[in-house]
Ligand binder design. Structure first.
Ligand code: BES
Ligand code: MN
Ligand code: ZN
Length: 499
């Protein structure tokens, strides 16, 4: 899909389809009013006759509207004007894109980006419109031998800006939106791949590929190197699998040499059976998404490389398959992590923290400005926050605030949970320095407490994306989250979010 920005003169557009918004009940948006005037009241006449009320989610496609140069006009219902906020804006873009793609138009002029959204400027609207359009058009049909046919797929979307003076800012936002969308698509593709394809070796190959494409430095540590580093915790998870573990290090060097990097650590369990503490069978296929944290790190690096962000960012991906087997870890086994701390593995299904803790220790060598780990870590997080917000736990309030704000700006929200020392007690073990589980109560927090013990030397935040990285059910699939949050966080740190 090709995107561009233009300003003004809705009535003069020669596009195959011009899209205008209609509020409930029957009130045209201002570009709509301009078009209506040009058509001598043709559109408002239809509305008066009750052809459309403007309810959210509804559309009306018109052909050859008099006084216009375009082939079609698509009216998109926006719901009540008073309640038209961020979600409603995004929904309207999705409805418009879906309808355009089905209506046979080759290119479209979308005026919805001129609509007022409370507290959000043109740059937000353009970024979000780009993201939603790309989200709506995303398909994963790599394994369909017969692809779904689209008659004449939409090729070009032009977003409108009200004022000429908005064009520079809008074009920057468009570039950001497209870069984030490309990063999300990478994350979605990797997430949607089945476990028999997307193995640790495959992820490592993809990382090397990404590096070649965007000039990142990529290094893949093999089992023997991890042994030398003393990553006994990470390696214990790999024992049951025939797939060799990998530790991927990516470096994006867009900033000054002396600038400390942001380190992103992504959980890369390419399939989580639970190991000897085997998971129940229902929906176990979804555990192919257990590498979504890793995918979001690769996606974020792709996004910032595409926009040439002047920042230093390191990506660390410990990647392992968690399988049962004759050589697998047993409940009760004690392992020594790279930090020297010992862990009693009471449940082999709490494997994410076992690979992340060694990656967090490894992160120290980069003298990080901060470290953020991203992981589909706990089912408890899905119970607490559902599929709306990612869980956030941090050892530094300023960092937590930055991430919460980035999530708001990106419409990829997170919600903070406490890291009070009272919760640490649940991790006590009589035999080792800590247990790898803390009981049923506050499962998301105790998982974060475990990680915090490996993140004491720097500012650290943890995003639990168990509920947000993928959708279940009929429309199941990876969401590409939290690539938008992470990218907005890095953009904001570089004052590159024009708000
Ligand atoms: N990958 C899972 C977490 C998960 C579960 C994500 C369901 C999304 C949906 C993780 O490795 C896991 O199994 N966690 C356990 C931890 C428990 C044994 C302390 C869990 O949440 O049940
Ligand atoms: Mn598990
Ligand atoms: Zn897992």
């Amino acid at each position: 899909m090709e995107f561009s920005i233009k300003s003004g003169s809705t009535e003069k557009q020669r596009a195959a389809c011009v899209v205008i918004g209609v509020f409930e009940t029957r009130k045209l948006s201002s570009p709509g009013e301009i078009l209506d005037k040009a058509s001598d009241g043709f559109i408002s006449g239809l509305l008066r006759h009750g052809d459309m009320e403007g309810k959210a989610g509804t559309t009306l496609l018109l052909h050859k509207v008099p006084g216009t140069f375009c082939e079609r006009v698509l009216l998109v219902g926006l719901g009540k004007e008073k309640g038209f906020h961020e979600k409603e804006f995004r929904d309207a873009i999705a409805t418009a894109t879906r309808t355009l793609n089905d209506c046979g138009a080759f290119d479209a002029f979308l005026t919805l980006t001129e609509l007022a959204v409370k507290k959000r400027d043109i740059s937000w609207r353009v970024r979000q419109a780009t993201l939603m359009a790309s989200e709506t058009l995303y398909r994963f049909d790599r394994y369909k031998t017969k692809k779904e046919e689209v008659r004449r797929p939409l090729r070009k979307i032009t977003l409108s800006a009200e004022h000429r003076a908005d064009l520079p800012v809008a074009n920057t936002a468009l570039n950001q939106g497209l870069s984030i969308a490309a990063g999300m698509n990478l994350a979605k593709n990797l997430g949607n791949l089945p476990g028999n394809v997307c193995t640790p070796t495959y992820l490592a190959e993809q990382a090397l590929e990404l590096g070649k494409e965007h000039g990142l430095k990529v290094e893949v540590l093999e089992r023997t190197e991890m042994e030398k580093l003393g990553m006994g915790s990470l390696l214990s998870v790999a024992r049951g699998s025939h797939q060799p573990p990998k530790f991927i290090v990516l470096r994006y060097e867009g900033g000054k040499a002396e600038e400390r990097p942001v380190v992103l650590v992504g959980k890369g369990i390419t399939f989580d059976t639970g190991g000897i503490s085997l998971k129940p069978g229902a929906e176990m296929d979804e555990m192919k998404y257990d590498m979504s944290g890793a995918a979001s790190v690769l996606g974020t690096l792709k996004a910032i490389a595409l926009m040439a962000l002047p920042a230093n960012v390191v990506g660390l991906i410990p990647t392992v398959e968690n399988m049962p087997g004759g050589n697998a870890s047993r409940p009760g086994d004690i392992v020594t992590s790279m930090s020297g701390q010992t862990i009693e593995i009471l449940n082999t299904d709490a494997e994410g923290r076992l690979i992340l803790c060694d990656a967090l220790t490894y992160a120290e060598r980069f003298k990080p400005a901060c470290v953020i780990d991203i992981a589909t870590l706990t089912g408890a997080c899905v119970i607490a926050l559902g599929h709306v917000a990612s869980g956030l736990v941090a050892n530094h309030d300023g960092l937590a605030r930055e991430l919460l704000e980035a999530g708001q700006a990106a419409y990829d929200r997170a919600w903070q949970l406490p890291l009070w020392s009272d919760y640490q007690e649940q991790l006590k073990s009589p035999f080792a320095d800590m247990a790898n589980i803390g009981g049923r109560a506050a499962g998301t927090i105790t998982a974060a407490c475990f990680l915090s013990r490996y993140a004491e030397k720097y500012h650290w935040a943890h995003l639990d994306i168990a509920g947000t990285a993928w959708k279940s059910g009929e429309k199941k699939g990876s969401t590409g989250r939290p690539v938008p949050l992470l990218t907005h966080f890095l953009l904001a740190r570089n004052n590159a979010l024009v708000e």
